[in-house]
Design a protein around this ligand. Structure first.
Ligand code: ATP
Length: 356
């Protein structure tokens, strides 16, 4: 197991900067998800780690070994692509065995032991003799995962391996992936633009934006304590609300709170202050309560998870609220919002600076 060290790495394509002076350490034995919007540089970073692309400047190290200039086959890193090459006329077992056959240092018994182990964790023992062509897309991807981890390379990289898999099979694949990685403890880099996948799989998430890492953190921290307004907005469905805030003696006032709040961390004067709060941390009722603020119900929809997403206008600003009860008020009617101050974060110039 080795850390992956990204040291001041920049990658340019002509005049376009895809990775911009990045520094990070992706920890050994952990699953790190590279998450971010399309075009933020996830695939480029991964291709540089595996050696399919060369950085314009900076270094990439595995542990203390500098990988610069080494071709992919010398890096002891495996990779699973969105559309991996699978040998249709070979069986499940034969596909998993392929990389092991190339390793002449392995005894036949050890080779078989590793294949059996992978088949067990993937729960595919009884399908070992089936041909790849007879499997559905999810099972084929499972075999691709198995083939990549059976080699026991130090590092395994996955480029959106669930892209081509339908939702139900996706969940099974993710569960299999989690079991495999927990058992084999390799250093895993997993690229995805799907936040649910990243939150489910990752020990740590590197949230990327414009060729930089915006926040590198445990999933729960990333969600509960987003370090930037971008992180708050990108994660969550829908993302965080941001409302104007104002520094007052000893704390702040916000659009969503009735009185001043005492804060941990100082608000410096003269900046663009905003308070961030997630839609599920705002309550909605027909009656006013201590600490609530009035607003106008704009609309209410059912979300996929079975909760309601209401949009409420407060002082001209739309606030998203996730609630499990529908108010009696009709569209255009008055409702009251009560934001939980303990769940608020304060941002200045896009960075988190304080909390209650
Ligand atoms: P997606 O989620 O859409 O795959 P990504 O985060 O993986 O996006 P990359 O594929 O790494 O993004 O691309 C980052 C940026 O670099 C994009 O703007 C892309 O157009 C550009 N880019 C990537 N490869 C090349 C290339 N070979 N030549 C020119 N530009 C490139």
């Amino acid at each position: 197991m080795v850390d992956i060290v990204i040291e001041n790495v920049t990658k340019r394509f002509g005049t376009f900067t895809a990775i911009d002076g990045m520094n990070a350490v992706f920890e050994d034995g952990a699953v790190t998800c590279l998450l971010g919007p399309s075009g933020c540089g996830k695939t480029t970073l991964m291709r540089m780690i595996v050696g399919l692309e060369t950085q314009t400047s900076g270094r990439i190290l595995f542990g203390n070994r500098d990988m610069s200039g080494l071709p992919p086959r010398k890096r002891n890193a495996g990779m699973v692509f969105q559309y991996p090459v699978m040998y249709q006329t070979l069986s499940v077992e034969e596909n998993i065995a392929l990389p092991l056959n190339q390793d002449k240092s392995l005894s036949a018994a050890e080779r078989q032991r590793r294949i059996d182990e992978v088949l067990d964790v993937l729960d595919m023992r009884d399908r070992r003799k089936l041909f790849i062509g007879d499997l559905d897309a999810g099972s084929r991807q499972k075999v691709a995962v198995g083939r990549a981890v059976a080699r026991r390379s130090d590092i395994v990289l996955f480029d959106e391996p669930t892209t081509n898999v339908e939702v139900q099979a996706k969940l099974l694949l993710i569960r299999a992936f989690k079991l495999v990685t927990q058992r084999l403890k390799q250093t895993i880099i997993y690229v995805t633009h799907d936040q649910t996948e990243a939150m489910t799989l990752a020990d740590k998430v590197a949230l990327m934006r414009n060729g930089r890492i915006e926040q590198y953190d445990k999933p729960a921290n990333l969600y509960n304590r987003p370090a930037s307004d971008f992180a708050g907005w990108f994660l969550g469905n829908p993302g965080m609300n941001f409302v104007p805030a104002r520094a007052v003696a000893g704390g702040a006032e916000t659009l969503l709170t009735a009185g001043p709040l005492a804060l941990e961390g100082a608000l410096e004067g003269g900046k663009d202050f905003r308070a961030g709060i997630r839609p599920e941390h705002i309550g909605l009722s027909d009656e006013a309560r201590p600490g609530s603020v009035p607003g106008t119900l704009k609309d209410i929809n059912v979300s996929i998870a079975g909760r309601f997403i209401a949009r409420v206008t407060v002082d001209g600003q739309d606030i998203k609220v996730k609630t499990d009860r529908v108010p009696a008020a009709r569209r255009g009617g008055q409702v009251h919002l009560f934001a939980d101050p303990a769940e608020m974060s304060f941002y200045a110039d896009g960075r988190r600076i304080a909390a209650v």
